[in-house]
Design a protein. Structure first.
Length: 163
């Protein structure tokens, strides 16, 4: 399971490995209303993440790390949403990994400064989809899930060669 945290919109995706070829199971967004208080929005995000974990029963989850924000207020609200997401995933016993945006871009394109459009093209190609997942937050969550699968393979290969 990949998660792109946000207060207004949290992207999520479930990707499955099938003979080492990833397959998109489902993806979407948790959208909260700005007329609700921050606390109400966080409760909604937590409740929806819990429902997704119960529905899809992921073996592992990956979430985007906070890396850099120009706007402190945005950073704080995203950090709060991320905290709720981390809590719900770990509460359900799902192992969790964190990836920076740079790591996700590097894993999908080989270039840490790739544009969003390049990431979407790679997601589409890797999963053999007719078009990239929509909206962008869902596509970002799919990219995070693929990044995690790639990272797991790299770790396994490294462990195997070190013997």
């Amino acid at each position: 399971m990949g998660v792109d945290p946000g207060t207004a919109t949290t992207g999520w995706a479930v990707v499955e490995e099938n003979k080492k070829n990833p397959r998109l199971v489902a993806c979407g967004c948790i959208n909260t209303s700005k007329i609700n208080s921050d606390a109400e929005r966080l409760v909604e995000i937590g409740r929806d993440i819990q429902s997704l974990v119960k529905k899809f029963k992921p073996d592992e989850a990956a979430i985007e790390d906070l890396f850099f924000f120009k706007n402190l207020k945005t950073a704080v609200t995203v950090a709060q949403a991320r905290g709720v997401i981390l809590y719900e995933i770990k509460k359900n016993g799902v192992p969790l990994s964190n990836y920076t945006p740079l790591q996700v871009k590097q894993a999908l394109t080989g270039y840490g400064r790739a544009e969003k459009k390049q990431i979407q093209i790679m997601v589409k190609n890797i999963l053999k989809l007719k078009c990239a997942p929509k909206p962008d937050d869902a596509a970002d969550a799919v990219a995070i899930a693929i990044c995690h699968l790639n990272s797991r393979h790299t770790m396994l290969i490294t462990r195997h060669t070190k013997g």
